[in-house]
Design a binder for this molecule. Structure first.
Ligand SMILES: [Zn+2]
Length: 501
């Protein structure tokens, strides 16, 4: 039995509102689409949580042996300031304010986004398509929706006819919104309005003379609506029906609801089997938002240069902090919680270093209970991650494993009592869940690097003293280092290593 059968994944499907067993469309493969950033500004920490969530999800699928195609887009056109298809294009506005070409804005903030992802050890997706690279496909599906009678053109813009779609399908299937209420609520349509109903949304917008980003289309020069890009790019790379669609909770409505309507309308198929939504980040109980002044940029977080931060925290501390709660719960950001996360991360990271240095002697007089306990810990890591990617519970198991590792290192637990195969699977699991699944890698601070460099200089001096037969000096270097807790160890090949107590 392979790992994915032994530990089948169950996930909370936002579409059904239930926890369901994951059954891939094609055995052994996972197709996953996640709404990426709109690259008009520096990515803030709230956005980072979403991408970290789906990074962990894709990492775990791969860890179980699935082949994953992970598509995460870059929105570089069409995202207007208001969800009601009004206001300026976010990127066009920034370009105007900064007196730059829109594509200069896109490049600057895409690079920033990629940097932040790298710093947090969030792996790149398999494909990262951009909206401007798929204008032709967006025009084509818009044409198709008009031909099917599900969209209409007014004055050079094209809108999706929600009321018409709802006659044969269910608009609101994901968000639970009621179409009658949606048609009543919100701003009243005036005579200038091009939409037939308030609930309709833009597939294509006519560009005003001042609008910078524009393309020719059958309806004149314009630009695509925001929702259509995700439908086009997800189905192009993953098929008309694919396994998983993810994104932040705030995208459920209208964005994801509109994606379902467009794709179902155009292709006659349910586009997504499992919808996953990650919850938001709050700060001292309040929603993280720019207007409240409580949103941090990752750079502010690392330096501590923000009025709400007592000091700086490292990327791995922040990653650990985010993994401490389930992705579907809100996560509250505070200095206290970060301080605690820092301690927790350091404990687990230290054990990671230790376990890598521990080798089993080979033979054993096994202690049955101990071996079973270690095997249970390994199985618990898988069970917790397979239970809707419960990183919080997985971390709790890793803490127990960390205590065992310390016991092995100190000699409290003799390696002779552990079967070699059990030890190997325990070691492999600890390293695998830390590094491959949770993405928690060892972090060396500049202090650590300085210390390491200094010790290596002393080791070289000691080697030189020995070659010169100056044993008084070589012993003094060894003893003085030992007195401050640095233990040198002579290897068989003449290499000298050290451990710090
Ligand atoms: Zn999207």
């Amino acid at each position: 039995m392979n790992l994915s059968e032994q530990y089948p994944i169950h996930l909370s499907n936002s579409l059904s509102g239930k926890k369901e067993k994951f059954e891939p469309l094609v055995p052994g493969f996972v197709g996953m689409y996640v709404c990426g950033p709109t690259v008009y500004n520096y990515v803030h920490l709230g956005n980072t949580r979403t991408f970290l969530t789906f990074d962990t999800v894709s990492r775990y699928f791969r860890f179980l042996g699935y082949k994953v195609r992970y598509v995460r887009n870059i929105t570089d056109v069409g995202h207007l300031e208001s969800d009601a298809d009004e206001g300026e294009d976010k990127i066009g506005k920034k370009a105007r304010l900064e007196e730059l070409e829109p594509m200069e804005i896109v490049k600057r903030y895409t690079e920033d986004f990629h940097n932040v992802m790298r710093i947090f050890n969030i792996l790149p997706p398999s494909i990262e398509p951009s909206a401007t690279g798929h204008i032709v496909e967006q025009i084509n599906i818009t044409k198709k929706l008009i031909d099917l009678g599900l969209a209409y053109e007014t004055n050079g813009s094209v809108y999706f006819d929600v009321k018409k779609y709802n006659q044969s399908h269910h608009y609101g299937i994901l968000s639970g919104r009621n179409i009658d209420e949606l048609m009543e609520s919100g701003r009243d349509l005036d005579s200038q309005d091009e939409k037939r109903e308030k609930v309709d949304f833009a597939l294509w917008k006519k560009a005003s003379p001042a609008h910078i980003m524009r393309w020719p289309s059958p309806w004149g020069e314009g630009f695509p609506g925001w929702h259509i890009e995700c439908t086009v790019m997800s189905t192009k790379y993953l098929g008309e029906t694919f396994d998983i669609h993810g994104g932040g909770m705030d995208l459920k409505f209208p964005h994801h609801e509109c994606e379902i309507a467009q794709a179902t309308g155009a292709n006659g198929k349910t586009p997504v089997r499992y919808w996953l939504h990650s919850n938001m980040l709050t700060v001292n109980g309040q929603k993280m938002s720019k207007s409240l002044g409580n949103s941090f940029l990752p750079s502010e977080l690392f330096t501590g240069n923000h009025p709400m931060l007592e000091r700086g925290y490292t990327p791995m501390t922040v990653r650990f902090f985010m993994l401490q709660s389930h992705y579907s719960s809100t996560l509250d950001f505070s200095n206290e919680a970060l301080g605690a996360a820092e301690k927790g991360y350091k404990k687990l990271a230290n054990s990671l270093k230790l376990i890598k240095s521990i080798e089993h002697p080979g033979n054993a007089t096994p202690d049955k209970e101990l071996n079973e306990a270690l095997q249970t810990l390994v199985a618990d890591c898988y069970k917790n991650m397979s239970d809707d990617f419960n990183t919080a519970k997985t971390l709790a198991v890793l803490f127990e494993m960390s205590s065992r590792i310390n016991d092995m290192k100190s000699g409290n637990v003799s390696l002779n009592k552990i079967e070699p195969a059990v030890f190997e699977s325990f070691k492999k699991a600890y390293i695998g869940f830390m590094e491959d699944v949770l993405g928690l890698q060892e972090e060396t601070s500049s202090d650590d690097k300085l210390l390491d460099g200094t010790i290596r200089v002393l080791i070289e001096l000691r080697k030189k003293a020995r070659t010169d037969k100056n044993f008084a000096l070589s012993d003094k270097i060894r003893d003085d280092l030992k007195a401050i807790g640095v233990q040198l160890k002579d290897g068989k090949d003449g290499e000298i290593t050290y451990t710090i107590e």
